[in-house]
Design a protein around this ligand. Structure first.
Ligand code: ACM
Length: 637
């Protein structure tokens, strides 16, 4: 090498290092305050993770866990121990509490000589560690050792605490069963983004998933069904009752204890949901005497059992509700909630309460007699009677009642708590009447909805793109924030038959829910979020986790002018992208017409083909949309 080139090469090397250091630190959910400072801290094999003396066993566990997590990719065997030496990574519980940090807040200071994570409580330290891990290079996600790598972290000062104490995701383990290890993986993924609550939807028409020792048929019968793998697990053919019931599974009480403990070690609470009185086909299969009609019942077998009408009303074709006029139902629920309450330490039990068809109740002489006896005039009043009796049972086990917003109908007891899902209306109404609310409106927080161009995704009856999910605010205008416990995203799994599809539908939209529930509203910014999400994509690529890149696909809408001409209206969720299109059936690239304004669809065109590009590279998937479909979208406007 010529000597004269050396200074230039060195200078270039320094410049590259500096520009890397300058890249904005990327943390999801965005911290309340993050100041990027100059310089970096480098973790080496000699870095010690220390814990302030005599503090807490939880901190010792966390430092050991942190060392283990860092070891996978770095190969370092970082020592843990009491504080004393300068530098290294220090976890410190504050001896004088910092009131602004509360129970879950933390401070994270990275300087060129060390890392300090401090908090009032162990939960805060845990969240500080999660932020620190996101500041590490993406290679930290590697499942094998990355050799000859400099593990540098940018210098920052973070002061952070959550906006809400309830930051949840719901996982439906009834429609499809996820193993104990899969649920643990789901929890691991949640806590990285500071979620603190997993709502397990444990029972539904498709399966009962929790062992109740005093009612063994709930799992020996109710946890198993005929396997159906098609669209929405529906079969156009009537099921043959002799087909073996091979699909299913349930958690034993030991499994549940293990999951609860696994969550506790990660500051994650589990809330159980036993969905009654509707959605109870699996319970009725086990104990048909709990229905209004008696007779034989089966766990859902892939045949449509509900009629949904355009006005939002619905009726059951097959009975799937418990009978509110049957005293045996309340004895059954007492047994169920006794065991559930003993397994889950969380203060709330969710009783479901959603989508209960009343047509079998209406025809039941027992329900008619109950109405007469109790002076109930309408079906919502009958449902309200049922909910109030369930609330008494739940309260008698020392727990508070949570229910979907249908429990507001027909009158709600003053102590019940509401999870608002049918839009935000129920939540607003509940907060107005001084009930505590968790906001999980389908319009912003239903993670089972299609997240990109419907022609490219598995079909679902509604759409929710990432930027809409990002606009979720648990406190709606006019709501008294003190009644809003927080928010959560709901992951229903009728169509999610394996863990990879569950991941694909959950991420990245759950990141939007994480930011809505943790970050101060004024810190939220879509462009910043989208670029942080992209950085997270790189991490998931390394950790081999599945996620959706639908945010890069064009948004395709259509309209007609008053002469009946059809226009394609295209846009992108993420800024800085260009859209190109064709009408001649050829596949467009970035030399094709670039979209600038609504495009008149040529009369002879059959298909519009659309791609998105950024920096000269295709970034979104190609969409081939029939002109007939554009016309349908225009008609819907
Ligand atoms: C619900 O989505 N039925 C709560």
């Amino acid at each position: 090498m010529k000597k004269t080139l050396l200074p230039l090469i060195l200078a270039l090397g320094i410049l590259t290092a500096q520009s890397q250091n300058k890249s904005t630190p990327s943390v999801i959910p965005v911290p309340a305050s993050l100041i990027a400072n100059s310089g970096t801290f480098t973790i080496t094999n000699n870095t010690v993770i220390s814990v302030s003396a005599g503090t807490s066993k939880e901190l010792d566990n966390m430092s050991n866990q942190m060392s283990k997590v860092l070891q996978t990719a770095t190969g370092f065997n970082l020592k843990t121990g009491p504080a004393g030496t300068d530098g290294g990574i220090k976890l410190e519980l504050l001896t004088t509490p910092n009131t602004s940090l509360g129970n879950e807040g933390y401070q994270l200071k990275v300087t060129s000589t060390g890392v300090l994570i401090s908090a009032n409580k162990p939960a805060g330290i845990f969240y500080g560690i999660q932020s620190f891990m996101q500041l590490m290079p993406k290679e930290i996600e590697s499942k094998t050792v990355v050799n000859n790598f400099s593990w540098t972290v940018p210098c920052v000062t973070i002061d952070d605490q959550p906006r809400f104490g309830w930051r949840g995701l719901m996982l439906d383990v009834s429609r499809h069963f996820f193993t104990k290890d899969e649920v643990k993986k789901f929890m691991d993924d949640m806590v990285k983004f500071k979620f603190n609550l997993l709502h397990l939807h444990l029972t539904d028409d498709e399966g009962w998933r929790i062992e109740i020792k005093s009612l063994p048929k709930l799992t020996s019968v109710g946890a198993w069904r005929i396997e159906r793998n098609g669209k929405w697990a529906n079969s156009p053919k009537a099921a043959d009752p002799s087909e073996p019931k091979t699909y299913g599974g349930f958690y034993t009480q030991e499994d549940i204890k293990e999951l609860v403990k696994y969550g506790q070690d990660r500051f994650l609470t589990i809330m159980p949901e036993i969905d009654v009185p509707g959605h109870s086909m699996a319970a009725l299969a086990a104990y048909p005497e709990l229905s209004c009609t008696g007779g034989e019942h089966t766990v859902y077998q892939g045949i449509s059992f509900m009629n949904w009408f355009p006005n939002g009303k619905f009726e059951a074709i097959v009975e799937n509700g418990l009978c509110p006029a049957n005293e045996k139902v309340y004895e059954f629920l007492d047994k169920v909630f006794t065991e559930v309450a003993a397994l889950f330490p969380f203060e709330y039990i969710h009783m479901g309460g959603d989508e209960c068809a009343k047509n079998f109740w209406e025809k039941s002489p027992a329900v008619q007699a109950l109405m007469k006896k109790e002076g109930l005039k309408t079906m919502p009043e009958v449902e309200s009677y049922f909910v109030k009796r369930v609330e008494k049972i739940v309260n008698s086990k020392g727990k508070k009642l949570m229910g979907w917003d249908e429990i507001l109908e027909g009158g709600i007891s003053p102590t019940a708590n509401v999870m608002s899902w049918r839009g935000v209306k129920g939540g607003i109404e509940a907060a107005e009447s001084k009930h505590h609310v968790v906001m999980s409106p389908s319009s912003f927080a239903y993670l089972d909805y299609v997240q990109g161009e419907p022609l490219l995704e598995a079909p679902v009856y509604a759409s929710l793109r990432l930027n809409k999910a990002y606009s979720f605010d648990p406190v709606q205008e006019g709501m008294d924030a003190k009644y809003v416990l927080g928010g959560q995203g709901n992951q229903w799994t009728e169509q999610l038959g394996n863990y990879r599809s569950l991941q694909y539908m959950t991420w990245p939209r759950a990141l939007a829910i994480a930011e809505a529930t943790w970050s101060p509203k004024e810190r939220k910014d879509w462009n910043s979020f989208a670029s942080r999400v992209e950085k997270q994509f790189d991490r998931w690529d390394i950790s081999d986790d599945k996620y959706s890149k639908a945010m890069f696909d064009a948004v395709v809408e259509a309209s007609k002018d008053d002469k009946g001409n059809l226009y394609a209206n295209l846009s992108t969720e993420v800024s800085g992208m260009s859209i190109y299109y064709s009408f001649d059936e050829s596949n467009p690239d970035n030399y094709y017409p670039k979209y600038a304004k609504p495009v008149l669809v040529p009369k002879d065109a059959a298909t519009m083909k659309i791609v998105t590009y950024r920096d000269g590279k295709q970034i979104g998937k190609q969409i081939n949309i029939p002109v007939t479909e554009l016309a349908k979208r225009a008609a819907k406007k």
